[in-house]
Design a protein around this ligand. Structure first.
Ligand code: HEC
Length: 136
């Protein structure tokens, strides 16, 4: 429920002006402002994923669409041809699972065909996952 409220809040912040947002959360360091900063950092860090991943539903590139990826089963995008390793991983993309996978994809899912070295910085991984959460 909190997640949904937060998400609605973020959408509202996106639609309304920054002034409208800071009116409901006057302190710039308030939780909403902080979270919006994390999401923005994550959106920027997602630049390194964009060459392979679309965020629109149903658009698969080298990698599957990452629309609504948080909470769904690994290997679950229809029409995308996953590696056997990913299809059989039995993972669910919780925030924790995403953070581990993004740290080192090939260690977390041995045999994955995602050719991406990983993100060393823990905060950056959290930022990316915070951004992924907005994609639903
Ligand atoms: C060089 C291309 C490439 C880059 C860059 C890349 N990915 Fe991937 N990604 C893939 C491929 C290919 C797969 C499918 C993996 C498989 O089937 O083993 C994948 C799979 C995934 C999955 C699993 C999706 C599912 O439906 O189960 C997630 C989550 C993911 N990538 C997130 C990311 C994020 C976040 C980034 C950036 C930090 C990123 N990827 C960067 C190619 C890439």
């Amino acid at each position: 429920m909190t997640t949904i409220t937060l998400r609605l809040g973020l959408i509202a912040c996106g639609l309304l002006s920054v002034t409208a947002c800071s009116r409901s959360e006057p302190k710039e360091t308030g939780p909403v402002a902080l979270h919006a900063g994390v999401v923005e950092d994550g959106r920027r860090a997602f630049g390194q994923c964009r060459s392979c991943h679309a965020i629109e539903a149903g658009v698969n590139r080298v990698g599957p669409s990452l629309h609504a990826v948080v909470g769904r089963k690994a290997g679950g995008v229809p029409g995308y041809s996953y590696s056997k390793a990913m299809a059989a991983s039995g993972l669910v993309w919780t925030e924790e699972a995403l953070e581990s996978y993004l740290e080192n994809p090939r260690t977390h899912v041995p045999g994955t065909k995602m050719s991406f070295a990983g993100i060393d910085d823990a905060q950056r991984r959290k930022d990316v996952v915070a951004y992924l959460k907005t994609l639903s």
